[in-house]
Design a binder for this molecule. Structure first.
Ligand SMILES: [Zn+2]
Length: 202
């Protein structure tokens, strides 16, 4: 089933993990996963600059290794970075020692206190250990931009519908998501600004 927002019961399974920021504050936290890559990320940065907003990028360590200048550029332009493992591992399929070592390898390049597990899933044992060093950030609104069966207007409509105070919203600066992401991103930022949401860094 297609979901843009996870029900509370699922959120409670991951206690101590961040799903949403302050519900009293009219703010949205824009995030991007899976970059940084030269085919997509620079154009994202230009769109963000055009609107004068900042975002948080959960980078894959291997991309940071391949494109260190692009990673430096992200930070130089005032955006924040988070750890998304080195090899985009699936926690459920990966033994803890390998998973944690992969996060650590990414950490040596990324150096952030923020972590987001690929696919939004990890084992409890992995979560417990990672919480000692990271704020683990999931999301309040998943745009599903990577889903090629969805049209941008549907993604835009659903993202508007699910946005609320303190929402953490996920897009992807990836090849798979770029068609939807580039179509939706300027529209949704303009709408958030019209609605009076401040775009903040995690
Ligand atoms: Zn990912």
């Amino acid at each position: 089933m297609l979901r843009y927002q996870l029900p509370g019961i699922i959120r409670q399974c991951y206690r101590g993990v961040t799903w949403r920021r302050n519900p009293e504050e009219k703010a949205v936290y824009l995030t991007f996963d899976d970059g940084c890559i030269p085919e997509v990320t620079p154009r994202v940065l230009d769109i963000l600059d055009r609107f004068g907003v900042k975002a948080t990028f959960f980078c894959v360590g291997d991309n940071v290794r391949k494109y260190p200048d692009l990673f430096a550029e992200l930070k130089r332009r005032g955006h924040r970075v988070g750890n998304h493992t080195f090899h985009h591992l699936r926690g459920f399929r990966t033994p803890d020692n390998i998973y944690l070592a992969d996060v650590q390898a990414a950490q040596e390049l990324i150096g952030s206190y923020l972590f987001r597990p690929p696919h939004g899933r990890m084992k409890w044992s992995q979560k417990r250990q990672l919480q000692r060093s990271f704020e683990i950030v999931m999301w309040d609104v998943l745009t599903n931009d990577f889903n090629a069966h969805l049209q941008p207007d549907e993604i835009l409509r659903q993202t508007k519908r699910h946005t609320r105070n303190g929402s953490i919203v996920v897009f992807h600066d990836s090849l798979k998501a770029q068609r939807n992401m580039f179509a939706v991103l300027p529209e949704i930022i303009a709408w958030w600004q019209e609605q009076g949401y401040e775009l903040k860094l995690l």
